[in-house]
Design a protein around this ligand. Structure first.
Ligand SMILES: Cc1cc2nc3c(=O)[nH]c(=O)nc-3n(C[C@H](O)[C@H](O)[C@H](O)COP(=O)(O)OP(=O)(O)OC[C@H]3O[C@@H](n4cnc5c(N)ncnc54)[C@H](O)[C@@H]3O)c2cc1C
Length: 296
């Protein structure tokens, strides 16, 4: 049966470790048989539909040192177990990381944002995942841990395909690391869904840095247009060093449209995604530019 019933039709062992070391020990013991559960807003749906049948669930809910937002000099570190609603309500995120703020605020409904975590959103590796485009344009990295080991992976190298990441069965995401250069800079996120609070038909994030009237750095990332969230390097290069006026913005937006490779699926058609991508890119570029001059 492959329907989303209210029943979990599986038996599994359930662990609630009190600290990270215990969780890593359990992952190392059970390996492929186990799954981490953070908020459960993706995982439980898949278990109800019998798309995933873990024998062991390891909950992160009691591990308090995976839930934090630490601000540094031009940087932000977010514990992977931080609920989306805490990110949405963080004044630094709202003030200085507009694209991430807008992405989180666009997700689901408050109840889901109270349960769902940023680490779960990334580890779930949906091509439509809303936090990936902003984190990609900020050049973020993930601190990944396993028993006795730690590595830092650029987010650009994390996603391998729909639902597939570089994580081994013994690893978990511990922290999201974001750094930004000094102002003047601006970022923006836009998303189209069937209704508000829905998974994206398509989403886009832009990060820009300016020197006077010129754009000195441009980063653009889309979701729901390829098997993984996607940076559009060719379009970024067309913006860098240019005086950022209407004509340049349109050229960059049209390049985005050329580079994406969406598919038809239940949420949208390929043609609609291609058509609307240039409009979304243009609007996001304009919003990020206005923010970089402090006028939005
Ligand atoms: C009604 C509804 C609306 C939604 N709307 C949106 C939306 O608008 N945009 C969007 O992007 N998503 C949406 N989602 C999906 C979901 O809410 C998010 O992806 C959420 O952030 C998942 O986080 P979680 O903590 O609940 O993950 P879980 O369900 O607990 O876990 C998801 C996956 O990640 C793994 N995992 C969790 N944490 C870690 C970790 N720290 N390290 C390694 N692996 C880990 C789990 O093993 C599992 O495979 C929606 C879901 C629902 C039910």
């Amino acid at each position: 049966m492959n329907t989303n019933t209210k029943i979990l039709p599986l038996e599994f062992e359930y662990y609630e470790p009190e600290n990270l070391d215990e969780a890593l020990e359990l992952l190392s013991r059970f390996k492929e048989r186990a799954r981490i559960i953070a908020g459960g807003t993706d995982l439980l749906v898949k278990m109800k539909r019998e798309l995933l049948k873990p024998e062991v669930l390891i909950s992160l809910s009691r591990i308090s040192n995976l839930k934090y937002i630490d601000e540094g000099e031009g940087s932000l570190r977010i514990g992977a177990g931080t609920p989306l609603s805490e990110i949405e309500n963080n004044p630094t995120v709202e003030r200085s990381y507009s694209a991430l703020f807008e992405a989180v605020r666009s997700m689901a409904a408050p109840a889901i944002r109270n349960m769902g975590t940023i680490g779960g959103n990334l580890a779930n590796a949906s091509p439509a995942c809303d936090t990936a485009p902003p984190l990609l344009v900020y050049g973020s990295s993930l601190k990944i841990k396993s028993k006795g080991n730690e590595r830092v992976v650029p987010l650009e190298e994390f996603f391998l395909g729909p639902g597939i990441t570089v994580l081994s069965p013994e690893e978990l995401i511990a922290e999201i690391q974001i750094s930004q250069s000094e102002p003047p800079k601006g970022s923006a996120f836009l998303k189209l869904g069937r209704v508000s609070a829905d998974i994206a038909k398509i989403n886009v994030a832009v990060y820009l840095k300016r020197e006077g009237k010129r754009c000195s750095c441009c980063r653009i990332a889309f979701g729901s247009v390829a098997p993984t969230p996607l940076r559009i390097y060719q379009a970024e290069k067309m913006a860098e060093g240019e005086i950022f006026e209407e004509q340049v913005i349109k050229k960059v937006a049209l390049e985005c449209q050329k580079q994406i490779k969406p598919i038809d699926d239940v949420r949208s058609s390929k043609d609609y995604r291609v058509w609307v991508s240039a409009i979304l890119a243009e609007e996001a570029l304009k919003a990020a530019w206005l923010r970089s001059e402090g006028s939005l």
